[in-house]
Design a protein around this ligand. Structure first.
Ligand code: KG4
Length: 333
């Protein structure tokens, strides 16, 4: 089954063709990051306009690179939430039009389910159940993937997402947006214990996370050093931030896997590209006897292939949308 999939929830426009949920025939992505970098973050109105400009040409590119025509496509899939509402609406309306014009079924896909499914593209043997650590620019959560379309949230951030924390600290350090990768580069050779940063404990659910205190502590550190004219060891601060974020995530992921009896874990989302977090996860999973899947870097960020993968399983589970499909800024997994 060939699925033409669209993703436009934030600042990447993407179109892909995926066979049977596992084989990527094409994956065309147009990033707008450079456009937003000038403003230090995503400007929703600009994101929507750039999606409109890019999506038709990307569709042609995805079909051409896959070596297929519209008549070969069996279904159309699209991210319908969560994300920036104006950005999502572009993908949803384009996908509705495409499905209607082509006379094919339309499959709505949850963005984070797509991030998790990126692992199915890289690891043919991976099947639910497993524990997923979803860490992106807008979300951080621990998900028990009981089945391809049966998921339960075990813990989530109460405030900022892990990626947002990297991005905001990067901003005060004068690094470009998005700040995760530049922060990782800056952290090379830094002392990760030089700046003691808080690790949050959240009342109620110990698997819930919090990043805003850590973010504020790091931002204050930068401002205080500037006000006092003190030199800041930027590299060690970046390393200390990565260590603190990793400490927030990794032990909880292990605990979550234990709680739901999973022996397999998969990471997902843009922050899963981070070397410190990947290394800590590998070590912790080895010690706990958990098999770990880390998606290749190109599949960590937003892309259309992951939506095409998850869409296949949504289709098998009977999920279809009609022309009344809407987009949702917030959406339960
Ligand atoms: O999954 P994604 O591409 O978009 C969302 O769905 O949010 O994630 C983007 C986030 C940004 O916050 C970016 O700074 C972060 O992923 N990121 C990283 C790295 N690469 C991207 N964070 C830490 N280390 C990285 N190497």
């Amino acid at each position: 089954m060939l699925i033409l999939a669209f993703e436009s929830s934030c600042d990447e426009t993407a179109a892909a063709v995926v066979r049977d949920g596992r084989e990527v025939l094409s994956d065309a992505v147009a990033s707008q990051a450079d456009m937003h970098a000038v403003y230090g973050g995503v400007v929703p109105e600009i994101a929507s306009r750039k999606h409109v400009e890019a999506i038709a040409a990307l569709t042609d590119r995805a079909l051409a690179e896959a070596g297929v025509t519209r008549s070969d496509i069996d279904a159309v899939a699209v991210t319908y939430g969560p994300g920036l509402i104006g950005a999502l609406l572009v993908g949803v309306n384009f996908a509705k039009s495409a499905a209607l014009a082509m006379g094919k079924p339309l499959i709505p896909v949850h963005h984070l389910r797509g991030h998790i499914a990126a692992n199915y593209l890289a690891f043919p043997e991976l099947e639910p159940p497993f524990l997923a650590l979803c860490i992106s620019g807008g979300n951080s959560m621990l998900v028990d993937v009981r089945g391809y379309t049966d998921m339960a949230i075990l813990g989530a951030t109460r405030d900022d997402a892990a990626g947002e924390c990297f991005d905001k600290i990067a901003r005060v350090l004068g690094l470009p947006y998005p700040g995760g990768r530049p922060m990782e580069e800056l952290a090379q050779g830094g002392d990760d214990a030089k700046y003691p940063l808080p690790r949050a404990r959240v009342a109620g659910n110990p698997l819930d996370m919090s990043f805003s205190g850590l973010k504020t502590a790091a931002v204050n550190l930068v401002h205080n050093a500037a006000q006092k004219g003190e030199a800041l060891d930027r590299s060690s601060l970046a390393a200390s931030v990565a260590a603190a974020i990793s400490d927030e995530l990794v032990p909880r992921a292990i605990e979550a896997a234990k709680q739901c009896g999973r022996r397999t874990m998969a990471a997902a989302g843009g922050v899963a590209a981070n070397g410190r977090i990947r290394g800590d996860l590998e070590r912790a999973c080895r010690e706990a006897g958990i098999r770990l899947y880390l998606p290749p870097l190109r599949l960590c960020g937003d892309n259309g292939a992951m939506i095409g993968s998850q869409a296949y399983y949504e289709y098998l589970a009977g999920s279809r949308a009609d022309m009344s499909l809407n987009a949702y800024a917030n959406l339960e997994i």
